[in-house]
Design a protein around this ligand. Sequence first.
Ligand code: RIB
Ligand code: CA
Length: 325
Amino acid sequence: MPTNTPPLSDDTTVHTLIIDTDPGADDVIALLLAMASPERLKIQALTTVAGNVPLAKTSRNARLAREWGQRPDIPVYGGAQRPLLRTPIYAADIHGSEGITGVQVHEPAQPLAEGHAVDYLIDTLRAAPAQSVTLAMLGPQTNLALALAQAPDIVRGLRELVLMAGAHFNGGNITPTAEFNVFADPHAAEIVLGSGVPITMLPLDLTHKVLATPERIARLRGLGNQAGRIVADILDAYVRHDMQYYGLPGGPVHDATVVGYLLQPSLFGGRWVNVAIDSREGLGFGQTVVDWYGGLKKPANVRWIAEGDAQGFFDLMTQRISRLF
Ligand code: RIB
Ligand code: CA
C-alpha cells in the first residue's frame, strides 16, 4: 500500500557510495556533483554500463569526469556491454556521438581498473558490512541485475538503491510510455525491482520539474572555475533538445537529481508505492507501472519521487560545483 514513510536517509547521512553510470551528459554532471561532496559521499568506485553510448565511450567518459573532478582516488570499472536480452539501443542523438555534449573529449591518462564491474560489485558487496553500501544507478540497471543473478546474497551489503529511472505521470522520453534507462534494459529493471533492497526512484515525473534554465546555467558559468565552465558548456548543448521537444523553459538534468537526493533528500517528496515493469513487446515495453493509489493491494517496493524544490537543487549544485577546480 502507498505510504508516506520517510526516506531512508536524511540531509546529514554519510553514504558509502558506488555510482553505476552510462556517461552521458547528465551523468557527467551528476559525477562532478558527487565528487564535489567528499564529506558526505564516500565514493568507492564508478561502474560503467552501455547506455547513452557504447561501453567503450561510457567508460572513457567516466574516466574523463574523474579527471575533471580531480579524483584519481576513485577507480572506474567497466561493466556490461549490452542489455540482458533486448537488442541494444543508444541515445547518441541526445548525448552526441562521443556521449558528452558541448565539450571536447580526450583519452584520459588514468586507465580503467582491472576487472569487470559485475565482479567488483559482487566482491565489494559480499565483503561490506550489512546494509552499508548505497548504490546510485544512473543508467540501465544491467550490471546490478547480472550481479544479483550470479550472487543473490549481495543484497545483504546494500543499504539502498537510488535510481534515475522510470516515468508515470510525465509519460516517457524514449517512447510515450517508457523512460530510457528502463527501456534500454527492462529485464534488468525487473530483477532490480524484485531484489528486496529498499529502492528510491527519481523518474521523469521529478526530473522534468527540476530544469536547467538559461539563468541557472549562466550562474554555473559565472562561478569562474573550470568545473563551472564544463557543466555550463555541457548543459547549454544538452538542454536544447528537451526545451524544444517538450516546450520547456529549461532542460532536465536527470542524473544529477539522484546526487542532489543523496545530499539533501529534504528537497524532494515521494510516496512508497508498488512499481512493476512491463517487459512485454509492444507499446508498453519498458513502462514503469506505478500503483500510485494502491488499488492493486500489492506491497510497496519503491519510494517514487514526484516532487522537488528546483531552486533548492540548483542552489545546492552551484554551491558544490564552486568547490571544484
Ligand atoms: O531518461 C534519462 C536517463 O537516460 C538519464 O540517465 C540519461 O543519462 C539517460 O541515461
Ligand atoms: Ca544516465
